[in-house]
Design a protein around this ligand. Structure first.
Ligand code: GDP
Ligand code: IMO
Ligand code: MG
Length: 421
C-alpha cells in the first residue's frame, strides 16, 4: 500500500520535516511531482538541510528513495544535493533511484522561465525560475528529454534539436543572456547522473508493493498551487494533489491508503496570486518574523495570513485527506487573538466554496476570532498538556473540516511532534 504526505496550502507547510518524521515506518519514499522549485527543510542531528530534488527519506539508512517519473529533474541541482548529503554520511549510490521516465530540466528551460516571467511584467507568476513550467510544457508538448535518454547514443542530437527550438523561443522574447556556463555544468551533471541508479520506476514501486513494502509518496508545493485546482494561473505546472501520485509514480488509485494533509496553523504564500486571508498589517509581519517565513528555495519573504478553512476544506476534498498534520503551531504562541477564515463573502454573498476564478471575484474573508494561548508550547510532548485555548482552536478546525488533526508540530526539530488524543 501507499500512503501520501502532501501540502494543503500554497507550499512550505513543513512537508520535509513530516516526511522525515514518518520515514522510519516506510521502506520506500518517492517524490511524484515538482522539481527544484521545492525546498524541503529537515534537521538532521541538529543540522539544517534543504532538499530540492532528493526525497526527504534520504537520511534514513533503511529507506530507499525514488525520484518518480512525475518529477522534473535538474541534474545540476541533483549533483549538488548528492554532494551535500554525501558529506553528511549518506550513501546515495545505494539508496537513491531515479525513474527513466523522469523529464529533464535543461539550462534553456531555466532561461525560458526567466524570459517568460520578464515578459509578463507585473502579471508575473513569481516562479522560482527553476525552469519548471517550460520543462512540463515540453513534456505535455511531447518534446521533452527524459532521464533514460541520457543513456542513448542519440542524446546529444536530441539535446541540440530541443536547444535550437528553445533558442527560437528565446529570440522571440529578445532574451540574450549567455547560458554557456549553465550548459557546461549541465553536461558535467549529466555524466554524474549516468552513474546513478536509473530504473523503471513504475515496476520499482509496484514490485516493492508486491513484496509487502510500505511506500510513502512525498508531495511538493501545495494543493492551492495544483495546475487544475489551484489559483490558476498563479500555480505550478504539476498535479500536486493525491491524484498526481498515480500518474507521477505509476501506482493504481486503489493502492492509496492514508493521505496525510499538512497545514500550517496559519497560512503563507510565496509569489503572486490570490490569498484571501493575507494579513498586510503588523500581525502579518509578526507571523513572518516569528515563523521565519522566507522561501527555502529563493529566500523571498513569504506572504502571511490566517488559516483559511474554505481553502483547506476544498483541499481535503480534492485529495481525500484522511488525517491532518498541523505544523508551526508554536508560531502562534505569542498572539493575543487568532482569527480563522471560515467563509468568503463574494459579491456580497456568503459562500464556503472556493470560487472558480479567485482573481476576478472580490473575495472578502469572514473570520471567527479565538483567544490566543500565550504559552510557549515548544517543550510540550503530550496533547493533554497543551493550553486549553489551543485545544479549542484545534477542535474548531476538526469540526469544520471533518478530518481530524492527528499530529501537531510544535517546533522545527525532527522530534517536535505531538500526537493528538
Ligand atoms: P516544505 O517545503 O513543506 O518542506 O516546508 P519548508 O521547509 O519550505 O518550510 C517550512 C519551514 O518551517 C522550515 O524552515 C522548517 O524548518 C520550519 N518548520 C517546520 N515545522 C515547524 C514547526 O512546527 N515550528 C516551527 N517553528 N518551524 C517549523
Ligand atoms: P515546496 O515543495 C512554495 C510557487 C512559486 C510561484 C508558483 C510557480 O517547498 O512547498 P514555479 O517555479 O513552480 O513555476 O512557481 O509556485 N512555488 C512554491 N511556493 N513552496 C514551493 O515548494 C513552491 N514551488 C513553487 O513561488 O508562486
Ligand atoms: Mg518549501
Amino acid at each position: 500500500m501507499v500512503d501520501v504526505i502532501l501540502g494543503l496550502q500554497w507550499g512550505d507547510e513543513g512537508k520535509g520535516k513530516i516526511v522525515d518524521y514518518f520515514a522510519p515506518d516506510y521502506q520506500v519514499i518517492a517524490r511524484f511531482q515538482g522539481g527544484p522549485n521545492a525546498g524541503h527543510t529537515l534537521y538532521v542531528g541538529g543540522k539544517k538541510v534543504v532538499l530540492h530534488q532528493i526525497p526527504s527519506g534520504i537520511f534514513h539508512d533503511n529507506t530507499i528513495n525514488l525520484i518518480g517519473n512525475g518529477v522534473v529533474l535538474d541534474p545540476v541541482t541533483l549533483k549538488k544535493e548528492c554532494d551535500t548529503v554525501a558529506a553528511m554520511g549518506v550513501d546515495f549510490r545505494k539508496n537513491l533511484f531515479i525513474s527513466a521516465r523522469t523529464h529533464l530540466i535543461l539550462p534553456s528551460h531555466r532561461a525560458l522561465d526567466k524570459a517568460s516571467e520578464l515578459a509578463k511584467g507585473n502579471d508575473k507568476i513569481g516562479s522560482t525560475l527553476k525552469g519548471i513550467s517550460p520543462a512540463y510544457m515540453d513534456k505535455t508538448g511531447r518534446n521533452g528529454i527524459r532521464v533514460g535518454d541520457i543513456l542513448d547514443k542519440n542524446f546529444i542530437s536530441q539535446y541540440i534539436k530541443l536547444r535550437l527550438k528553445h533558442q527560437k523561443l528565446l529570440d522571440n522574447f529578445s532574451f540574450s543572456e549567455d547560458i554557456t556556463k549553465w550548459e557546461e555544468e549541465f553536461f558535467e551533471a549529466v555524466d554524474f547522473l549516468r552513474g546513478l541508479q536509473i530504473v523503471n520506476g513504475e515496476y520499482f514501486v509496484n514490485d516493492a508493493m508486491a513484496q509487502g513494502k510500505r511506500i510513502l509518496a512525498e508531495g511538493a508545493q501545495g494543493s492551492m498551487l495544483d495546475v487544475d485546482f489551484g489559483t490558476f494561473p498563479f500555480v505550478t505546472s504539476s498535479s500536486t494533489i493525491s491524484a498526481g501520485v498515480g500518474s507521477g509514480l505509476g501506482i493504481a488509485p486503489q493502492k492509496i491508503k492514508e493521505v496525510f494533509g499538512i497545514t500550517k496553523a496559519y497560512c503563507t504564500r510565496v509569489g503572486s496570486g490570490p490569498f484571501p486571508s493575507e494579513l498586510l498589517d503588523d500581525k502579518g509581519e509578526q507571523l513572518r518574523k516569528t515563523g521565519m517565513e522566507y522561501g527555502s528555495t529563493t529566500g523571498r519573504p513569504r506572504r502571511c495570513g490566517w488559516i483559511d478553512l474554505v481553502a483547506l476544506k476544498f483541499a481535503c476534498m480534492v485529495n481525500g485527506v484522511t488525517q491532518l498534520v498541523m505544523t508551526k503551531a508554536d508560531v502562534l504562541d505569542q498572539m493575543d487573538e487568532l482569527e480563522v477564515c471560515e467563509s468568503y463573502r463574494v459579491n456580497g454573498e456568503i459562500t464556503r466554496e472556493v470560487p472558480y476564478q479567485m482573481m476576478r471575484e472580490n473575495i472578502e474573508p469572514v473570520y471567527k476570532k479565538f483567544t490566543g494561548w500565550k504559552t510557549d508550547i515548544t517543550p510540550i510532548k503530550d496533547f493533554n498538556s497543551l493550553p486549553v485555548e489551543m485545544k479549542q482552536y484545534i477542535a474548531y478546525i476538526n469540526d469544520s473540516l471533518k478530518v481530524p488533526v492527528k499530529y501537531i508540530s510544535n517546533g522545527p526539530g525532527s522530534q517536535q511532534i505531538i500526537v493528538a488524543s
